[in-house]
Write a protein that binds this ligand. Structure first.
Ligand code: GLC
Length: 401
């Protein structure tokens, strides 16, 4: 057992009856959020009625777990229905009302930025579970990943893929982006800044986002998920060039590890400042790193109560960081889809004690919070939209306990 894990620091596994009721609640939630006309699951039907890229990939995992791979495939097909000719996959799909927010994005029916390409993992999991995945979907995913690896601008110094907008990471208000606010983080200033950053994106000739000189940030979280999803896809679909590109990027990503901090540091303008704030998403290179020292340190820290390991899963920001706020959106609260990815990484590394601790705490919080979008890591109280579809990933983590 890991030296930071005592048996008392791990909550008891879920009793069988609770697993049955979790499954029933997750199934009811997804059914209530399912949009049959468009073939996708709303993250929450009131707060988030549209289709979001990485949410849909997590929903596909949950639908498959519920025995509805047909819905998983429809949801991924809807996701790629807005894909550009060059492979770019927009992060939002507004097909049910194409004029919604069209002025903001400068295009109708879809947004002009992307999100972590979790479709590589989602499709790989479907294939591993014996689902007959149409080849068109695998090809669409390969094209989406190739857009990011081949057409998206890179940070000159580190060679990492740049984001065109903080929203592309999916971690909207993370303190990692505070460098973009000269007077420090403030909700009103941040809202204005995020709108301006949409306007400053440089599009390719085909209209896809390739750079943004106002946001020269290479997020280690985003790069880790590009690599992870490319390798996942390549594991089930012949895409050797993609795997080679992903492995090259992984070597560059590992140069961003800082042993003193126990985290990977973003490249680009925030490298010396907010790009080094210790956040849970910045530990996602755990999915793809070759550094054994990093693996050992991160897996220990994720479950250690002196580090990220609070009672209800890894805290979204290291509690010793001055910006840590356990209730705030992306500034300390815990997110179930990040926990799921860290759990996958721990299990892949064969660290069953860490994987179990992350799973047990996440499942406990998912239940306690009413399947909330995110929660306070100290109390497990739900925050944001309740219930939120992607919190159904707790079911996969519960079944594995
Ligand atoms: C918020 C999250 C983003 C998510 C979206 C829909 O904007 O920050 O990651 O995709 O909600 O759930």
């Amino acid at each position: 057992m890991d030296r930071h894990l005592s048996s008392s620091s791990i909550a008891a596994p879920l009793p069988a009856a609770d697993l049955v009721s979790l499954r029933r609640d997750v199934a009811a939630m997804l059914e209530a959020h399912w949009q049959d006309d468009q073939g996708y699951t709303a993250p929450n039907d009131q707060v988030y009625p549209w289709q979001w890229l990485w949410d849909s990939c997590f929903h596909a995992l949950v639908w498959t777990e519920l025995g509805r791979a047909d819905r998983a495939l429809r949801e991924l097909e809807a996701l790629f229905s807005t894909q550009g000719a060059d492979g770019f996959v927009p992060h939002m799909n507004y097909q049910r009302d194409p004029q919604a927010h069209a002025d903001f994005w400068g295009r109708s029916g879809r947004s002009s930025i992307t999100q972590p390409p979790m479709y590589g993992h989602a499709l790989a999991m479907l294939v591993r579970r014996g689902v007959d995945v149409p080849t068109e979907l695998l090809i669409a995913a390969e094209r989406g990943l190739r857009f990011l690896l081949e057409r998206r601008a890179r940070d000159a110094a580190s060679g990492l893929v740049l984001i065109c907008h903080p929203w592309e990471t999916g971690c909207d208000n993370s303190p990692r982006w505070d460098v973009l606010l000269p007077n420090g983080f403030d909700l009103a200033a941040w809202r204005a800044c995020k709108g301006e950053l949409v306007a400053s994106i440089t599009p390719s000739r085909a209209g896809s986002p390739v750079a943004n000189s106002w946001c020269p940030i290479a997020s280690v979280a985003f790069n880790a998920l590009v690599i992870f999803n490319a390798l996942e896809l390549a594991a089930v679909h012949s895409a050797q060039a993609l795997a080679a590109q992903a492995n090259e990027l992984a070597l560059l990503l590992d140069k961003r590890w800082d042993a003193g901090l126990g985290s990977w540091i973003d490249a680009g303008i925030g490298a010396a400042t907010s790009g080094a704030v210790r956040t849970a998403e910045a530990l996602l290179p755990l999915l793809v790193t070759d550094r054994r020292d990093a693996v050992e340190r991160v897996l220990a820290d994720l479950v250690n109560k002196e580090a990220y390991g609070t009672s209800f899963g890894p805290a979204g920001v290291h509690p010793a960081e001055p910006v840590f706020d356990p209730d705030a959106y992306w500034r300390g609260s815990t997110w179930p889809q990040i926990n799921y990815l860290l759990w996958v990484a721990a299990a892949q590394r064969g660290n069953t004690a860490a994987a179990k601790a992350i799973a047990v705490r996440t499942v406990a919080a998912a239940i306690r919070s009413g399947l909330a979008e995110y929660w306070n890591p100290l109390t497990g109280e739900g925050r944001g939209a309740i219930p939120q579809s992607w919190t159904g990933v707790a079911l996969l983590m519960a079944r594995a306990q």
